[in-house]
Design a protein around this ligand. Structure first.
Ligand code: PGA
Length: 252
């Protein structure tokens, strides 16, 4: 179901104590503002999930992990399985963040395995795609994103695909302070939605949430979110400050 979503990707930041404090602040700010038309999600590190799951109980906030293993169990030292995440009642899992692709060599093949495990467990993936700067400069960003999508989420059955949240994140905009313009975001979000129409039809395409990520902040969120094909944001740096995160969530 297409919804407006603002998801915070905390990356490798915050101790548990700091995380609890941040969630308390977010909760108190959202009780003051009218945030009814948006699904708020926090994606803290694995170590924080159980504690923060309790902290968000009885609030409108949902919780996701930033990653999961592509295997379901076994001798994979250091990995965390989807089953483990399900056992603590996690709602979402970010799959294919550009930092995972770049620093941990996650290929499309690995991402497809993760997507299937997540969906078969009843959790919801936030699937990331996006080009690097050299690809944007070479004018091949549409092609790059198309391939990332065709090799992964387009290999899912329609029933599974309908549950995916897509996050378009141009890598050159992540953590750089250089955001895509509102026009650039709309152009590629529309392109992605058209690809979905070609593959699964317009009804499915109209039901998928496509988020923008990359230096989205309290100042530029409104302009980005007013685009017809931008359904919210995946927020890194600005999700670590309660006031900014809540301001972004009230930007629809
Ligand atoms: P940023 O990160 O908002 O700090 O650019 C976004 C992301 O990596 O998801």
């Amino acid at each position: 179901m297409r919804k407006n979503i603002v998801a915070g990707n905390w990356k490798m930041n915050k101790t548990i104590e700091e995380g609890v404090q941040l969630v308390k602040e977010i909760k108190s700010l959202i009780s003051e503002k009218q945030i009814s038309s948006v699904q708020l999600i926090i994606n803290p590190p694995f170590t924080h999930l159980s504690v923060l799951k309790n902290e968000i109980a009885n609030s409108v906030i949902k919780i996701g992990a930033q990653n999961c293993s592509y295997e379901s169990s076994g001798a994979y030292t250091g990995e965390v399985s989807v089953g483990m995440l399900k056992s603590i009642d996690i709602d979402y899992v970010i799959i294919g963040h550009s930092e995972r692709r770049a620093y941990f060599n996650e290929t499309d093949e690995i991402l497809l395995k993760k997507l299937n495990l997540v969906l078969e467990s009843g959790l919801l993936p936030i699937f990331c795609c996006g080009e690097v700067l050299s690809q944007r400069d070479a004018g091949i960003h549409f092609e790059v994103v198309r391939q990332q999508i065709e090799n992964t989420i387009f290999k899912l059955s329609e029933d599974k695909f309908k549950k995916v949240v897509i996050a378009y994140e141009p890598v050159w905009a992540i953590g750089t302070g250089r955001t895509a313009t509102s026009e650039q975001a709309q152009e590629i979000h529309k392109y992605i939605r058209n690809l979905i129409t070609e593959k699964f039809g317009s009804t499915v395409a109209s039901e998928i949430s496509i988020l923008y990520g990359g230096s989205c902040n309290a100042q530029n969120a409104k302009e980005l979110f007013q685009n017809p094909d931008v359904d919210g944001g995946l927020i890194g740096g600005a999700s670590l400050k309660a006031a900014d995160f809540v301001q972004i969530a009230s930007s629809f």
